[in-house]
Write a protein that binds this ligand. Structure first.
Ligand SMILES: NC(=O)c1ccc[n+]([C@@H]2O[C@H](COP(=O)([O-])OP(=O)(O)OC[C@H]3O[C@@H](n4cnc5c(N)ncnc54)[C@H](O)[C@@H]3O)[C@@H](O)[C@H]2O)c1
Length: 387
């Protein structure tokens, strides 16, 4: 198994720059006040050492409507995030924009002295991800990526099982999952399905989670080669949408992707992800090792946890046997609250990013490699530039 040499590669802000003087609340701004911004906002509201002071959304009036919902009439609202950053002494921003607007605002915010909590997927392309990581390194700011499933104790258990050695040497992983009918185009909201806003479909949207689930457990081994496939048979079919058949014409991303990925340390990763399919699941996640294998039941929609008790298959004294790992309850803060809290704590202590880009860069390289291989129609070699 690869040791997690990707963790803590970047040294973030030196303490005197990043630690906020005691007694002052962290000043937070929002870039993008659409769907997911609500979960960030609900989390910030639970913590009394932060205040949300400004927000920007491209759509005139949207930020003001958003903060009014939370009874925060004094939050300053903008359509231009650069103006927001110039006019407010912010410590950090939550970036809740659609995928194509992740890298640009995140780099700008760090270059202007702010820590960044950026939604997933980190970027659309590997090139953008590399540029973003370089800015993070240059500026020394904390950049954490919105992978809240990592804060689920059952997800964390997967890594603990792998690291315990009970599975032996891992050589094969099957992962993925997805939805039977779950293209995220709700009503007239089409930001997830347009190429110009999303840039990537199921592959990035939920594929990033399922890749993170297994790669994080294994210490993020790097990809060597990828054979990828993607399709859009459902999203481009007007009959798929009951109420908005016109969405088919603007659908510009994938709704299904699959790949065969060769990882370092002689590990094969077999991946498939779906927003729509005529199947209940494209399969459970399985991690196969020389001493035992782990089955992680798939979930219906990829909501950030395992789909049921996990099973370990092994052999004891010549007998084939299996046992279940019970589901662990989530106590205290929820997953999103933990993702936000861990980011705030990293700022306050001058620590490193809780969801480090040094790992997510590898996740992004795989997503990018699947997309490129699918477009080229053949296997590709993956090279991740030095940051
Ligand atoms: N972690 C999670 O559980 C989770 C869940 C849903 C979505 N997401 C991610 O969050 C992101 C946003 O998803 P959503 O559902 O909120 O989308 P959305 O379309 O509802 O909201 C995005 C908002 O960003 C605004 N925006 C875009 N570019 C901007 C810019 N440069 N400046 C200011 N505002 C800008 C848009 O006008 C829009 O209001 C996506 O990348 C998605 O993958 C994460």
């Amino acid at each position: 198994m690869a040791k997690d040499e990707n963790l803590d590669v970047f040294k973030n802000a030196p303490e005197e720059e990043s630690a906020v003087k005691a007694g002052r609340k962290l000043r937070i701004g929002f870039i993008g006040t659409g769907g997911i911004a609500n979960s960030h906002m609900k989390a910030y509201k639970q913590f009394d050492d932060v205040e949300v002071v400004a927000g920007a959304d491209l759509i005139e009036g949207k930020a003001a409507d958003f903060f009014a919902k939370y009874d925060l009439p004094d939050v300053k609202c903008y359509t231009d995030y650069k103006q927001m950053i110039a006019e407010n002494e912010l410590d950090a921003v939550s970036i809740c924009t659609y995928n194509r607007q992740h890298a640009g605002p995140a780099m700008y915010a760090m270059q202007h002295g702010l820590h960044v909590l950026l939604e997933k997927p980190m970027t659309v392309t590997l090139d953008e991800a590399v540029e973003l990581c370089r800015v993070e390194k240059e500026t020394g700011k904390i950049l954490s990526i919105g992978f809240q499933p990592r804060f689920d104790p059952n997800m964390q258990e997967i890594g603990k099982i792998v690291r315990s050695g009970v599975l032996g040497k891992i050589y094969y992983i099957q992962t993925g999952g997805g939805r039977r009918k779950g293209i995220p185009a709700q009503g007239e909201k089409t930001t997830f399905i347009r190429n110009e806003t999303a840039g990537i479909g199921a592959l990035g949207d939920i594929g990033c989670y399922s890749l993170d689930m297994v790669l994080n457990a294994l210490g993020y081994p790097k990809p060597i080669t990828i054979t990828g496939y993607k399709s859009a048979y459902f999203g481009t079919d007007p009959n798929y949408y009951y109420d908005h058949p016109e969405n088919a014409a603007v659908f510009g991303v994938d709704d299904f992707a699959a790949a065969f990925i060769r990882l370092e340390d002689d590990i094969i990763l077999d991946f498939r992800i779906s927003w729509a399919m005529h199947m209940n699941t494209p399969g459970d996640t399985i991690i196969m090792g020389t001493k035992g294998s782990l089955r992680i039941p798939s979930t219906d929609c990829w909501n950030g946890t395992v789909g049921g008790p996990m099973t370990i298959y092994t052999e004891v004294a010549g007998q084939q046997t299996q046992y279940q790992i019970p589901i662990l309850p989530l106590k205290g803060l929820g997953r999103v609250e933990r993702k936000v809290r861990s980011f705030l704590d990293a700022i306050l202590t001058g620590g490193t990013s809780p969801v480090p880009t040094s790992q997510i860069l590898i996740n992004q390289a795989i997503i990018d490699g699947i997309a490129k291989s699918a477009e080229l129609g053949h296997e590709i070699k993956v090279e991740i530039p030095e940051i």
